[in-house]
Design a protein around this ligand. Structure first.
Ligand SMILES: *[C@@H]1O[C@H](CO)[C@@H](O)[C@H](O)[C@H]1NC(C)=O
Ligand SMILES: *[C@@H]1O[C@H](CO)[C@@H](O)[C@H](O)[C@H]1NC(C)=O
Length: 595
């Protein structure tokens, strides 16, 4: 989703609000007689803002009622609709403050991140990277065969079973440790499995899911919220394509939701038929983060991949050079990247004589070209989940499609209905787990605590976890020039071939670090990084930028050699020395005076 809000808080206002909130927090916590212990959320997928990181150690809050099935109507301090990153953080925030909270989830608690997003994809990418390394080593030092004299790809197919197992285990582990009803219950969060429907602005009807073993009666319960409701219903793969691509609705296609099963099932099927000679060909439609990550993973795991993108370049929101670098990397690995190409129609052709049975997918492009493949993965964006919740009953306003098509919120995440807040992907804003988690905490905070914090940020760091990773924060070069004028924008640029660590690891042929800063004040305006660990490097820049540290000041902070991050110190040092050189005359005078 390329939609950006432009509600930029003035930094002074932000600091003031945060300060007042902290003060209020101190008073609240003090009066509750709790230890004022700084602590952060423990889950890797939950985040918090500067003002709300200071929390008492989580004490289990007692819900006002935990026996939902005996009481048809229950009142909670706060109700959360949706158990993904935003909803979980909101609920945990409430329970940490001793408030009773009910979390309504119609599917699996954990949301897209745990089940179909970050966790499975990063597990698969890590495995694909190991396979890639092994293959490179084999090409370089081996004979293309493994110890059992099997050809490389035959043993690869064995390995895929382990990768699928790792994916399932990692999802389950994170669910069990952070998101399961037992864990949430221990925090004082009541979880209800069912569909939420607004009765009025403070009341939600919940139809319990049939499959929920405890209360499988499909009955409706009414829940009241004393202080407010957080809508965190997430997003799903965009289906507008079904209308735009003729024939897509007639074939089984993959999305990030089902690829974690379907990909491995497809591989298994080929294995059983001993059909492993010819590579499995996957057509990926969409060149955003999901499309790029999965293209590289599947390619490295032995597929032939064609990546089709409607945009002129991959990762259209990224720095242009970063897009080009990534495209070159993917092409070097054998992925066929086709930009500026719309998919017009999809048909299936029976290919009985070639691969036994099964059918071939034929994708026709706007350029009149067509491509054949065994499977198609559609990753062309996500749409907010806003339907079947009765939002129209309570007069809640929805943005139009050009603004993301999500729930309309102000900068404090307040919807157009008083007392109802919204957080995460369902607002149609940028779709990141960390941003959703941050917003969930802010929404809960704004409902339960005095005053209100800003929950819509003008920029959010993000990383596409290809290899190398592509990370960014703040403004790109053109955006900075737009805002500050060409004469006020400077660039510090370093290729990976000038970073010792990258040379040692043999990964210096692709990638760069690019820092955009203000020529006069040296304030960091933004950064784009294509590198191993770019997702870690970008955090240093995000911290420096947030703290308004001038870029050259990083030169005075010791970094350990030979890390990747020491490149940031070296780049800052160049700016620092430039500044020194400008004062040369002045220094010479002082020196002559014997100082
Ligand atoms: C490995 O396979 C090749 C033919 O593919 C054969 O010539 C060779 O003898 C085999 N080596 C072993 C150790 O089995
Ligand atoms: C919510 O449930 C109550 C009680 O079951 C029912 O009377 C009411 O009509 C429902 N509201 C909506 C909007 O469906």
């Amino acid at each position: 989703m390329a939609h950006h809000h432009h509600i930029m808080p003035t930094s002074d206002g932000m600091i003031l609000t945060n300060f007042v909130c902290l003060l209020a927090l101190c008073i609240i916590l003090h009066s509750r007689g709790e230890a004022f212990v700084p602590s952060t959320f423990t889950s890797a997928r939950q985040y918090c803002s500067s003002s709300i990181c200071i929390l008492p150690s989580p004490a289990a809050a007692k819900p006002t009622s935990s026996t939902l099935h005996t009481t048809p109507s229950t009142t909670y301090d706060m109700i959360v609709i949706g158990g993904g990153s935003a909803g979980l953080t909101a609920a945990k925030f409430a329970s940490t403050f001793g408030k009773s909270v009910c979390l309504i989830e119609s599917s699996r608690v954990g949301g897209d991140c745990t089940w179909t997003g970050c966790i499975p994809s990063k597990t698969m990418l890590a495995a694909a990277k190991r396979v890639h390394t092994w293959r490179r080593m084999n090409e370089r030092y081996g004979n293309g065969k493994d110890d059992n004299n099997n050809s490389y790809d035959a043993s690869l197919h064995e390995m895929l079973r382990d990768i699928k197992r790792d994916i399932d285990e990692n999802r389950q582990r994170i669910y069990d440790e952070d998101d399961s009803p037992e864990v949430l219950a221990s925090l004082g969060i009541q979880v209800v499995h069912g569909r939420a429907f607004f009765h009025d602005a403070k009341t939600v009807n919940v139809t319990k899911n049939e499959w929920n073993d405890e209360d499988s009666d499909g009955s409706t319960h009414q829940l009241h919220a004393k202080y407010g409701i957080v809508i965190a219903s997430g997003a799903t793969p965009s289906t507008t394509l079904l209308e735009n691509i003729a024939g897509l609705d007639t074939i089984p296609y993959w999305t990030y939701e089902n690829v974690w099963d379907e990909f491995f099932l497809a591989v298994e099927k080929r294995n059983r038929k001993r059909d492993t000679e010819k590579l499995m060909k996957v057509i990926v439609v969409g060149g955003g983060p999901i499309g790029c990550e999965l293209s590289q993973a599947m390619s490295r795991l032995g597929c032939s991949v064609v990546l089709v993108s409607k945009s002129p370049r991959l990762l259209p929101d990224a720095d242009v050079e970063a897009s080009m670098e990534l495209q070159r990397v993917l092409e070097n690995e054998g992925i066929d990247v086709m930009c500026n190409q719309a998919v017009v129609s999809v048909t299936t052709e029976s290919s009985s004589k070639e691969s036994g049975d099964g059918s071939t997918i034929k994708v026709s492009l706007s350029s009149q070209e067509s491509i054949l493949g065994d499977h198609i993965l559609v990753s062309t964006g996500r749409v907010p989940n806003i339907n079947n919740m009765g939002l129209e009953n309570i007069g809640l306003q929805i943005n139009d499609d050009t603004n993301g098509g999500g729930i309309c919120v102000d900068s404090k995440l307040q919807t157009t209905v008083k007392g109802i807040f919204s957080a995460g992907d369902c607002t149609g804003d940028r779709q990141f787990t960390h941003y959703a988690g941050f917003q969930g905490a802010i929404a809960a905070r704004n409902i339960l605590l005095p005053l209100k914090d800003v929950g819509v940020l003008s920029d959010v760091p993000s990383t596409t976890f290809t290899d190398p990773e592509v990370s960014s924060v703040g403004l790109t070069e053109p955006a900075a020039i737009d805002q500050y004028g060409e004469s006020d924008v400077s660039i510090s640029f370093r290729k990976l071939s000038k970073i010792d660590r990258a040379i040692c690891e043999g990964v210096d042929s692709n990638g760069f670090i690019k820092i955009v800063y203000n020529r006069r004040t040296k304030q960091i305006l933004g950064a784009s990084i294509v590198s191993p660990s770019a997702g870690e490097l970008i955090s240093e820049i995000a911290v420096a930028r947030d703290a308004h540290l001038p870029f050259d000041q990083l030169a005075t902070v010791m970094h350990s050699y030979p890390s990747y991050s020491i490149a940031l110190q070296q780049m800052a040092a160049e700016v620092y020395y430039d500044k020194l050189k400008k004062n040369r005359v002045y220094y010479d005078v002082l020196k002559k005076l014997g100082l």
